[in-house]
Design a protein around this ligand. Structure first.
Ligand SMILES: NC(=O)c1ccc[n+]([C@@H]2O[C@H](COP(=O)([O-])OP(=O)(O)OC[C@H]3O[C@@H](n4cnc5c(N)ncnc54)[C@H](OP(=O)(O)O)[C@@H]3O)[C@@H](O)[C@H]2O)c1
Length: 412
């Protein structure tokens, strides 16, 4: 019986989950692939650490040992940072191996190059685990991309930020208190910048953009904002309106232009993201034939992430890469909807002298927190003039009655 030989780079949360899943699902893999899957080697950094790994598996700190294995079909990478992972995966492809990665930071930076190299060498690249952990968003997009045209993807892509926002609302905690709890639960790192400032979600958005539209915007043009400007007061004001803050990555194509934003927004009960709580992730895909599909589930963790990797393993073995022509533009209908003039915003930090006639006051929700209707461009200009102003879009329909600032806000 021929065997599919696998090497796993990294034996942390993801690497160990993948190893244990290959063991526990050996029969299923063999039934689907017609061959046994065997973990031949595991790369780690610290040789002293005790690990529960079978004696016949080579455990090494030297990547060359892995490349020198007499037979190797697939390299699964579950390490951290852009390097040495990128170099390892290039070498694995050069050797003729399929590769699978969970490393979004590396893949956002180097995915394009790895896929091009893999195409040259006629091997496949699996990267399901780089976006939204256990949610099969990449496979869903691959499936949709056969004929549908994806127009927009929105996602809650960072479980740590979503957990903090949920805790702040439910327990009436400050950002600092909720962050501390996230760190105690092991959801946030000692330095949480990557998660709370939106870098992690940004990397995932770039990967989604590339798969949905075949390209990504210039990274400098992407509006990236984390959850740190959201205060308990703003969350309380939003609750009065039955709205919830969510950190949302939005990827769309307008004409030939890719638009990506990664920032907090407010959603009402009718929005599928309203009930996405704690460390859960969700992705909503809008495409021209099927309309809107929303997937929700665990965005991280040992077995959810292993699930994504193991499905990739089956995918790369079947080697069914889809070639898609991305030269279409999105339908006029979506562009018209996008072109709608003014949107609703929750805003704080306004002072009377910056208010313009083009900004309409809808209501004062609590002291200094307003719902307004305005053009994004006007607000961006205000934001440049006065850094104390924070404003967050309210997504979807919003019931409103227009009043004047003078009528509503004598104290302003
Ligand atoms: N955790 C999740 O739920 C999750 C979900 C989706 C994607 N990811 C991504 O998956 C990757 C792995 O995450 P993780 O949570 O499993 O990380 P982790 O628990 O910190 O494990 C990292 C592993 O990589 C090994 N390693 C680090 N640097 C190495 C090097 N230079 N050479 C060889 N081995 C090295 C470590 O070795 P030692 O054990 O010897 O220290 C460790 O086994 C990351 O890129 C992460 O962003 C994680």
């Amino acid at each position: 019986m021929t065997v599919i030989k696998v090497a796993i780079l990294g034996f942390g949360t993801v690497g160990e989950g993948v190893y244990r899943t290959i063991e526990s699902h050996a029969d299923d893999l063999e039934a689907v692939l017609g061959k046994k899957v065997e973990v031949a080697a595991i790369l780690i950094k610290n040789k002293q650490r005790e690990r529960n790994i079978r004696k016949d598996v080579l455990v090494t700190t030297d990547f060359e040992d892995i490349l020198n294995l007499p037979k190797l079909d697939i390299v699964i990478e579950a390490i951290v940072n852009k390097e040495p992972t990128f170099t390892f995966l290039q070498k694995a492809i050069e050797r003729g191996c399929h590769i699978i990665t969970a490393n979004k930071e590396m893949f956002a930076h180097h995915g394009k190059h790895l896929i091009a190299l893999a195409n040259e060498k006629s091997v496949s690249v699996g990267f399901e685990a780089t976006v939204a952990g256990g949610i099969p968003v990449i496979q869903t997009l691959r499936q949709l991309l056969k004929i549908n045209r994806v127009q927009q993807i929105q996602g809650i892509l960072n479980g740590t930020s979503n957990f903090i926002l949920t805790e702040m609302r439910e327990k009436k905690w400050s950002f600092a208190e909720a962050l501390l709890q996230a760190q105690k639960n092991g959801y946030a790192e000692a330095d949480p910048t990557n998660d709370v400032e939106g870098f992690d979600a940004f990397y995932k958005a770039m990967i989604l953009s590339r798969i949905a539209f075949g390209e990504e915007p210039n990274w400098k043009d992407v509006e990236r904002e984390g959850i740190t400007p959201i205060t308990s007061e703003l969350i309380e004001a939003a609750e009065k309106l039955e709205l919830r803050f969510k950190h949302i990555a939005s990827i769309s194509k307008e004409g030939t232009q890719i638009q990506v934003t990664v920032k907090p927004a407010l959603v009402g009960k009718e929005n599928p993201f309203y009930h996405v709580e704690g460390v859960e992730n969700a992705v909503s895909v809008h495409s021209d034939i099927v309309g809107r599909i929303t997937l929700q589930g665990p965005g991280a963790g040992m077995f959810p992430t292993a699930s994504a990797v193991i499905e990739d393993l089956a995918y790369v073995c079947q080697n069914n890469n889809i070639k898609r022509n991305f030269n279409q533009t999105v339908s006029a209908e979506l562009e018209q909807k996008k072109g709608k003039a003014k949107e609703f915003w929750l805003i704080t930090g306004l002072s009377k002298n910056v208010i313009k006639p083009s900004i309409t006051c809808i209501d004062e929700i609590s002291n200094g927190v307003f719902v307004i209707r305005a053009d994004k461009k006007d607000l961006d200009n205000l934001g440049k003039l006065d850094e104390t102003i924070s404003y967050f879009p309210i997504l979807g329909e919003f019931e409103s009655e227009v009043v004047s600032f003078e009528e509503k806000v004598s104290a302003l």
